[in-house]
Structure formats: C-alpha cells, structure tokens
Design a protein around this ligand. Structure first.
Ligand SMILES: NC(=O)c1ccc[n+]([C@@H]2O[C@H](COP(=O)([O-])OP(=O)(O)OC[C@H]3O[C@@H](n4cnc5c(N)ncnc54)[C@H](O)[C@@H]3O)[C@@H](O)[C@H]2O)c1
Length: 327
C-alpha cells in the first residue's frame, strides 16, 4: 500500500515506518521535526512540513497516490495541554480535521489514528475495555476523543473506514538499539529512569506515593513500541469501507512506578536516584488495558510480553545513544 505517515519521525511513528517498509509498503513520512528526528527515518521517505499547511499535505495525497493514512502527528504533553489548551486544540484537533477532510475529498479509504488511554479519564473499571465510558480529564484527552468522534461521523457518511488505536504506555526501542525514545522535554517514566541511572539527570521524580495501589504509586500498562507498530499494520489490513474500529493496545498487565524503577535498576545494574513528589492532577491510580479485543479481532499479540523484555531493548538504545539522536 502507499501510506502517508504523519508524525512518522517521532517515537512511535519511526518504529512503525520501519515495520511498514520492511513489509513492502511505500511510505511517505510527513513531519515538521519539531519533536521528531531526521535520523529516525530513511531520508528518501521524509517530507518535512507542518500539518498546518493543508495544501502541502493535499498535494502529497495526490502526487504520491496515497491509499492509507496513519496519523501520529500530535502534541502529547498532558501538562502543557492544561496550561496551553489552544495549542493542543489547534494542532491536535483543527489540523487533524483538515487532514481528515482532505482524505475524504481525495478518496482515501483507510485511516489509522493514534488515540490514547487518556480518553478514558478516571476509569470506572480495570482492566479497561474499549466500550468503557470515555471522560477525559485534560485537554490532551479531549482533543483525542473529539477526533475519534469526527472519524466515526465521517465513516457513517462517506465510503471511508478507520481504526483508532488507544495506546497505553509506549516503551522500549528497536531490537538493534538503532532507534528509540528521545523526547525533548522528556516526560515519560522509562526514559527518565534510564537517564537518571546514567547520571544524565539528577533523579527521577515519583509523583504521588499515597495512591490506593499496592505500593502507593501509579500503575500503568507498558507496551513495546514495535508491538504498537505491528498493531498498525494489522489495523490497515482489517479496515474496509465503513469500518469504525477501536482497539486498546497494551499488555493487559500493570506495573507501578516503583516496580518500573526497580526493573530499570535490575536491567542496568545501576542505582536510579529517586525524589518523591506530590500527585499530579489528573493522574488516575491505575490504567491497565483490556487487550482481548485486539487479540481476538486482529490476531495481535505482543512479542515483548514482559516489562523486562521491553526494558532490555530500551537499555540497548540508551547505552548506544546516551544523548539520544543528538549523538
Ligand atoms: N508515547 C506514548 O506513550 C503515547 C501514548 C498514547 C498516545 N500517544 C500518541 O501517539 C502519537 C505519537 O506519539 P509519540 O510518543 O511518538 O510522540 P512524538 O512527539 O515522538 O511524535 C509525534 C510527531 O508528530 C510531529 N508533529 C507534531 N505536530 C506536528 C505538525 N503540526 N506538523 C507536522 N508534524 C507534527 C512531531 O514532530 C513528532 O515527530 C501521538 O499522537 C500521541 O498523542 C502516545
């Protein structure tokens, strides 16, 4: 298939691009490189541009005869979305709606969207099934849910199908350590714990130690970035005109912040300096996916089915790239 991947130079996008190319697809990566990395994707696949420039995107859809779009491009810092909602509504919602409409006009029939467990807000049941209530508790989650709704309305009205993938916590790196997670600023626990172990940052902060969980810290479901990549390829195969698909992507198992830090110490043999801080607003105690639906309907399974296996690959990346893509 000829596939446009927005945000394809970012963390999850670049691993997915690699998987799609290895499986014989023709891939056009569209990224403004604000948070993505030129080195993370093959130069010949990369088009540098901003989602804002809808005519540029439109031209790519036509000239490259795009058949499917995977839409990763978004701003993804929950905290920033609270302090600067306009930035998030503009980038994540308005630009996405423009892209969706150009897809419709150009007859694109398959669309895969990067959504998030953040759309569930404070879950009423755990593990969380796809049909659980979606009540996001921050602007980032609101933008993701609003675009999910727009997709459903488009698929009802037009010969168009989509699949929303609600990722839980992406982690890990390519098995050969050649690409991995490098966000600036970094807000994710796993890379921060590795950087603290390597002495690149003074400590990792544990936000909240009094949650109603076994060790008092938040519990999250970590899924390997290459397993996310395979979920996208399976989703593309499954989408047909009129498809309105939504899947959680997680392992269905949770690890606490303290367990992740202990696992990073075990993998590296290094101490992770920790500072305890207050809870962050809008951080639910436990977010764990029910991953039954994607397993049954798409035949997806995780190659990396333990935290240890995920962290081993991340450690390879952090050792070989102590300054991320900057080195
Ligand atoms: N990392 C996670 O654990 C996680 C969890 C749930 C959902 N998600 C979603 O998955 C997607 C990818 O996440 P990621 O961790 O790879 O983030 P990332 O920041 O590494 O990748 C996003 C990419 O989009 C690009 N981008 C953003 N706005 C753009 C614009 N206006 N024009 C062109 N390019 C633009 C950035 O430069 C970046 O390369 C995002 O939509 C995010 O909301 C991520």
């Amino acid at each position: 298939m000829r596939i446009l991947v927005t945000g394809g130079a970012g963390y999850i996008g670049s691993h997915t691009v690699r998987h799609l190319l290895a499986n014989g697809h023709e891939v056009t990566v569209f990224d403004n490189l604000e948070y993505g990395h030129r080195q993370a994707v093959p130069a010949e696949a990369l088009v540098v541009g901003n989602l804002r420039d809808i005519d540029h995107l439109d031209q790519l859809l036509v000239v490259n005869r795009i058949e499917a779009v995977i839409h990763f491009a978004a701003l993804a810092s929950v905290g920033e979305s609270v302090t600067n909602p306009a930035k998030y509504y503009t980038n994540n919602l308005i630009y996405s709606l423009q892209l969706l409409d150009r897809c419709r006009r150009n007859g694109i029939q398959k669309f895969v969207f990067s959504s998030s467990c953040a759309t569930y807000g404070e879950p009423t049941q755990v593990p969380i099934p796809e049909d659980a209530p979606q009540n996001p508790v921050n602007p980032y989650g609101h933008t993701k849910l609003a675009f999910e709704r727009a997709l459903a309305d488009y698929a009802a009205a037009h010969p168009f199908g989509f699949c929303t993938l609600r990722y839980f916590n992406a982690a890990g790196a390519a098995a050969d350590g050649s690409i991995g997670e490098d966000h600036t600023p970094e807000t994710h626990l796993v890379p921060l714990a590795f950087r603290a172990a390597q002495g690149k940052i003074p400590h990792v902060t544990v936000f909240g130690t009094d949650y109603p969980t076994p060790d008092g810290t938040c519990v999250r479901d970590y899924v390997h970035v290459d397993d996310l990549a395979t979920a996208h390829a399976l989703a593309l195969d499954k989408i047909a005109p009129g498809s309105k698909l939504a899947y959680n992507v997680g392992l269905g198992r949770g690890y606490s912040v303290r367990e992740v830090i202990a696992a990073v110490e075990a993998v590296t043999g290094l101490k992770v300096p920790v500072k305890e801080g207050p809870r962050r607003a809008g951080d639910p105690p436990v977010l764990v996916a029910s991953a039954d639906k994607i397993r049954h309907e798409l035949g997806w399974s995780a190659k990396y089915d333990s935290l240890r296996a995920i962290l081993d690959t991340a450690w390879r990346w952090h050792q070989s790239h102590p300054n991320g893509f900057g080195e």
